[in-house]
Design a protein around this ligand. Structure first.
Ligand code: TXA
Ligand code: MG
Length: 370
């Protein structure tokens, strides 16, 4: 298949060329095609969410397990009504406060939603993205758009059209290039069927924001490193046998080709430990990448690393989120064998960054003085 790449920035939506590109993409969606498009979080791989065959093609293009449900994206809050059994008052308030934006709500679904979208669950995930190009596309399509992140299953999520093409070029009809995404990590998935609501996946709307608005919030459970289906739990605790509440969270995710070791602890000690480890890996003939922050770049210069990549300033969690997936892909492009990554502060959006790093990691190493 030939993948058509079309550049549409927010500013182009008023131009004739922009309107035509969106109309073409929307026609592609209505015809059962796959269109990758930008959102404020990551790029999505979209199909008509009410068309079973079109949605089934998403799973094939991504190599995604069938039991991992998709989010339905809408262009206005009212468009969720036909998709849901009911809209509880609490959900209404969440939509009014956080939409458009990086918050996905899980609610009981209506019969209109095909099983292939929800993996057979009786709930559906809905979201109104805060990106003018995404909203123009959904509005023009006139149907909810089912869209997972537009990466091959298991790879880091795409934050630019280049990332999408690298993974899905030749597998989808069209990619809309809307530039780099701003939030950089996926939406927060909030289960609103429980009391209190539970964070199933930390993301662009922070736990602190939700707590402030709702009072109490449950979750998220921290993921095991490199979690795989059927993986054994550590420390003698049996692996959970019940169905995970966020089915997607049990799969390996965000994995660069290199193995990633995540180091957590006092910053000075983390830097020292990573330098020692880099030297040891280098002696074994492995190419080493280090994921760090601006302030620590100097401490690694002249060391054993082949590639030093910074998430940004240490105190800027938003920058770390924006840059994270692009950084992970940069290591792959350079072909490093092992990535040594510094953990970040889990306050605010740092919780989502650390969630993705833990899931990308093959090993998590906690260091401490003494
Ligand atoms: O920011 C985002 O959310 C991006 C953009 C494109 O909107 N989308 C995204 O989709 O990250 P995806 O498919 O990569 O992740 C959706 C997550 C998965 O962990 C999935 O298991 C969970 O949402 N999910 C979807 N429907 C669910 C449901 N009914 N119950 C529980 N979890 C659900
Ligand atoms: Mg994904």
């Amino acid at each position: 298949m030939n993948t058509r790449l079309v550049k549409v920035r927010a500013a182009d939506l008023d131009s004739e060329a922009g309107r035509k590109a969106i109309a073409d993409a929307a026609a592609g969606i209505r015809a059962g095609g796959l269109v990758a498009f930008p959102t404020e979080t990551v790029y999505g791989l979209g199909a008509n969410g009410l068309d079973e065959d079109a949605v089934a093609r998403i799973f094939v293009a991504k190599g995604r397990p069938q039991d991992n449900p998709l989010i339905l994206h809408v262009a206005a809050p009212d468009e969720v009504r036909p998709l849901l059994k009911a809209v509880p008052a609490r959900a209404e308030r969440l939509m009014a406060r956080f939409w458009p934006g990086p918050l996905t709500l899980v609610l009981p679904r209506s019969p209109l939603v095909p099983d292939v979208v929800t993996g057979g669950l009786d709930t559906v995930a809905v979201r109104l993205p805060d990106h003018p190009v995404a909203r123009a596309l959904i509005a023009a399509a006139g149907v909810p758009i089912a869209a997972p992140s537009a990466n091959l299953s298991g790879r880091p999520s795409p934050t630019s059209a280049d990332h999408v093409l690298a993974d899905l070029g030749g597998r989808v009809e069209m990619v809309i290039d809307g530039g780099r995404t701003t939030v950089g990590v996926e939406s927060t998935v909030l289960d609103v069927t429980t009391n209190p609501p539970a964070i199933l996946r930390p993301g662009g709307v922070t736990r602190e924001q939700l707590e402030e608005f709702l009072g109490a919030v449950a979750g998220p459970e921290s993921p095991a490193p490199g979690a795989t289906p059927g993986a054994k739990a550590s420390a003698g605790v049996p692996a959970a046998v019940e169905r995970p509440r966020a089915p997607g969270m049990k799969y390996t995710h965000y994995s660069p080709a290199a193995s990633l070791m995540l180091f957590i602890g006092p910053p000075d000690l983390v830097v020292r430990t990573i330098n020692e480890r880099a030297a040891a890996e280098g002696r074994e003939g492995r190419r080493v990448g280090i994921l760090t922050v601006d302030e620590h770049l100097g401490a690694y210069q002249g060391g054993a690393a082949t590639l030093l990549v910074s998430l940004g300033p240490a105190d800027d969690g938003r920058a770390a989120a924006t840059n994270l997936f692009g950084c992970l892909r940069a290591f792959d492009i350079q072909g490093v064998d092992v990535i040594l990554a510094e953990g970040v502060d889990e306050a605010g959006i740092g919780l989502a960054v650390m969630n993705r790093l833990r899931k990308a990691a093959t090993r998590v190493i906690t260091v401490d003085w003494g």
